[in-house]
Design a protein around this ligand. Structure first.
Ligand code: SF4
Ligand code: SF4
Length: 434
């Protein structure tokens, strides 16, 4: 994607403008932190309802660092796997790993208040209290702007707990890398992020050794896709709540599978079950870049966490996490936590783990269909240097269906059609029952 002169010579280093123009930005925030000239800031694109970086041309000296660390246009999985794990993964769906588990924190409050199991929160608290890390890059919802996320470096147990729970909105987690880059020389950190955040961090570490030395623990969260800011607007509209009435918004927590909490300035509180708000088609508010993402299990993290959607756990009311432990350090930390009875773990085989994550196949097996449509319309796609399975014919139809509903979600005046879809789904399930 390098810019060429008429003599076919590279004119200059590409910048993140290339990524933004081609709609490949994930909004991860890496470029904001890594730019040595502070020439990039993130702003919310009102139309696309996602974060987009803005380059200040006056400050930019065209060093190319932002582009090199940007995972929006490319993630060389082969190179990064060799760099991190010393080999390519045997398991295409999960990535490299040492062992897989289901588990949960034994502290009731931590477990109950997390999205599932409370293991990420407990792991960070343990690493902090044991002096393994000095802080952790995490994200909470802003108090000032309750519908916006606030990535920050947590340095106390209370701050880590404050950042528990999932955030179903765009999260530019890597803007907080700046604080890690500016921290004292001997300080060590954990980072918590979605696959796209971890991709950006791993790429940035390739060109910034200081960052690589400071980040000793990469904790990844499984991700199917994020939800753009219009998703929350849509929900509030359905609930007849004005955004300026909202004091606090927790997307998930309160046991398993969890509820959304909307607290109003008036003092009223609403709890909405996760299944209930996903039934409203909240899940159609997908940034298009997410449909081109190939990583569900956060393959480049040291340890990955997800929800344990297993039939035998359906009646569990507190929740359990799925854990993929990928290196010796994370294995050691997990076993120390078990021996101190801070967490409980059960080994699980990789096939069972894949069974708990139906969307693994959406990401890997069907990605080629979505790439096909992007290419068909002459649009740029990210490069991954990764083997992808061949999709089935019906997967192409499913991709068209997906883009249809993403299109509808992107047009406020079409939101009424979601009611028709819900109505159709109800009738289809009714006819299946009789
Ligand atoms: S580094 Fe992240 S935020 Fe910056 S352009 Fe790339 S994908 Fe977008
Ligand atoms: S689907 Fe991929 S790009 Fe989108 S939020 Fe998840 S990890 Fe990031």
């Amino acid at each position: 994607m390098a810019i060429m002169t008429s003599d076919n010579l590279p004119l200059q280093n590409p910048t993140i403008n290339e990524v933004v123009i081609n709609d490949l930005c994930t909004g991860c925030g890496t470029c904001v932190s890594i730019c040595p000239n502070e020439a990039i800031e993130l702003t919310v694109d009102g139309k696309k309802a996602i974060y987009i970086p803005k380059l200040n041309e006056d400050k930019c000296n065209n060093c190319g660092v932002c582009y090199k660390s940007c995972s929006g246009h490319s993630v060389n999985f082969k190179k990064l796997n060799l760099e991190i794990f010393g080999k390519e993964p045997d398991n295409v769906l999960l990535g490299s790993y040492i062992d897989c588990y289901t588990g949960h924190a034994t502290d009731y409050d931590i477990r109950y208040n997390a999205a599932s199991g409370g293991l990420v929160t407990q792991l960070l608290i343990f690493a902090l209290e044991e002096g393994i890390i000095d802080g952790a890059l995490v994200t909470k919802m802003s108090k000032e702007h309750p519908l916006e996320p606030e990535p920050f470096i947590a340095r106390t147990k209370e701050e880590i707990i404050e950042a528990s729970k999932s955030k179903y909105c765009p999260v530019p987690a890597n803007i907080a890398l700046k604080e890690i880059l500016e921290s004292k020389e001997d300080e060590k950190f954990a980072v918590v992020g979605l696959p796209c955040h971890i991709h950006g961090i791993r790429k940035a570490e390739l060109i910034n050794n200081g960052l690589k030395e400071k980040i000793i623990l990469h904790a990844g969260i499984f991700c199917v896709h994020t939800i753009n800011f219009s998703g929350s607007e849509f929900l509030l509209q359905r609930l007849k709540i004005e955004r300026n009435e909202v004091k606090k918004m927790n997307y998930r927590g309160e046991g398993w599978p969890g509820s959304m909490l909307i607290e109003l300035k008036s003092g009223d509180k609403m709890f909405i079950q996760i299944s209930e708000y996903y039934d409203t088609r909240f899940g159609s508010f997908i940034p298009t870049r997410c449909t081109l993402c190939s990583d569900h299990a956060c393959e480049l993290a040291d340890i990955s966490f997800g929800d344990a959607w297993l039939p035998e756990l359906a009646n569990d009311i507190l929740g359990k996490s799925i854990i993929i432990s990928r290196n010796e350090l994370t294995e050691e930390i997990l076993q120390s936590m078990v021996s101190r009875k801070i967490i409980e773990l059960n080994e699980i085989d990789s096939g069972k783990l894949a069974q708990s994550q139906g969307m693994l196949r959406f990401k890997k097996n069907r990605l080629k269909t979505r790439i096909f449509f992007f290419k068909l319309f002459g649009k740029k796609i990210p490069s991954y240097n990764q083997k992808l399975p061949r999709p089935k014919h019906r997967d192409y139809l499913m991709a068209m269906w997906l883009y249809l509903w993403i299109f509808i979600a992107s047009k406020r005046y079409l939101w009424g059609l979601f009611t028709i879809k819900i109505w159709m789904a109800k009738w289809i399930s009714y006819f299946r029952l009789i």
